[in-house]
Design a binder for this molecule. Structure first.
Ligand SMILES: [Mg+2]
Length: 367
């Protein structure tokens, strides 16, 4: 079980259409595959999706920090010394996506070594999650058409609408069009990516009071400390902290300050090990939780369902598991399939997905 090598392989696959939201836009999945290889020849795999405008990590910075800092500190330890790896990486502030991918690749290698599924090793609560689909900035007509396609093709009936545009009426019109078209056959919630002020957020929530929204995420910046607290007090549904809480300590700080009443767990940001710690915090604080999407590819999406399905609390709500549908290709020998609005956990061993080496060779950009 001794770790012999950790590799970071950057790749680029185009999206079928750009995804736009208040904090940025993506046209390509410019992600990094992390491979952890043991002396026994077992290979664990995970994916790091950089979000430069959120965490400051880029594809190049992830490759560099893994190669120059994390791999030298972890190679030589074993898959059962995950806490050693956590401590080695914790010395460096930031770089959440690089750290998370190494952790998840170690878990995959451990599961493969033991012949067990990682989801079972983590908690084994259920074998599936309902899927929530994220709708980026578009006109009301296009958003309704996209939701209709997702409902008809994949059976998805939970939608997270990206909001945070000005004037707020733009986004109110989208949510209203979706509710009018689908009635109560869909669940709707919103994510502002800090695009609005507290006053604009309150105005939008009032205008949408009759739409039955189930969650409101990062509508305004958490750094607007009093404005955020004021807004959360007035928000009639769970207020989700996402990019404002990348660490367990941030969650404690924001929740105790009254700046959120729920959190988004993203395995792309906190891997399996720290996500598990966050889940304990969520239970201890008695707050709501949703499994989020860091614009993951298929490897990352599979990691999200691996963790989300492993526990009762994280599998209550639909998980954000469909973003890969907008990417024009993937790297797996067996692509993920969403059917009847659900994504099933792969049986394993490990996280249960295998890389297609020909596809990785085709899309990698370092050679
Ligand atoms: Mg978010």
């Amino acid at each position: 079980m001794k770790i012999a090598a950790i590799e970071a392989i950057p790749y680029s696959i185009p999206y079928t259409h750009p995804l736009r939201f208040a904090s940025g836009e993506v046209t390509h999945a410019n992600n990094v595959v992390i491979k952890v290889t043991t002396q026994d020849g077992v290979v664990g795999v995970a994916e790091a999706p950089p979000r430069p405008y959120t965490y400051g990590e880029t594809q190049a910075s992830i490759v560099a920090v893994v190669r120059d800092l994390f791999a030298p500190a972890i190679v030589g330890t074993t898959l059962l010394q995950r806490e050693q790896a956590q401590q080695a990486m914790a010395r460096t502030i930031g770089n959440p996506t690089a750290k998370a991918a190494i952790d998840m690749a170690m878990w995959d290698a451990l599961g493969r070594t033991l012949g067990q599924s990682v989801s079972s090793l983590l908690g084994g609560f259920t074998d599936r999650m309902r899927v929530s689909h994220m709708l980026g900035f578009e006109s009301p007509e296009r958003m309704v058409a996209e939701a209709e396609r997702m409902k008809d093709t994949y059976g998805i009936s939970t939608f997270k609408v990206k909001v945070g545009r000005r004037p707020v009426d733009l986004d109110v019109a989208v949510c209203r069009a979706l509710r009018t078209h689908f009635g109560d056959t869909i669940e709707l919630y919103i994510d502002g990516n800090r695009g609005w002020t507290a006053a604009e957020s309150a105005q939008a929530l009032t205008a949408m009071a009759d739409l039955g929204l189930t969650l409101a995420e990062e509508l305004n910046p958490a750094d607007d400390v009093l404005g955020r607290r004021w807004l959360v007090e007035r928000t009639p549904m769970p207020f989700v902290a996402d990019e404002s809480v990348p660490t367990p300590a941030d969650i404690t700080r924001e929740i105790l300050a009254g700046s959120a009443t729920a959190v988004s767990i993203k395995t792309a940001r906190t891997g399996f090990t720290t996500s598990h710690r966050i889940l304990g915090l969520v239970e201890g604080l008695g707050i709501d939780v949703v499994m989020g999407n860091q614009i993951d590819g298929q490897i990352g999406t599979n990691a999200t369902v691996t963790f989300g399905a492993a526990f009762e609390r994280t599998s209550r709500r639909a998980g954000e598991l469909s973003n890969f549908l907008d990417i024009s290709d993937d790297l797996l020998t067996e692509p993920l399939r969403i059917t009847n609005g659900e994504l099933i956990v792969r049986e394993g061993p490990g996280v249960g997905v295998d890389l297609d080496d020909d596809k990785l060779a085709h899309y990698r950009i370092d050679v």
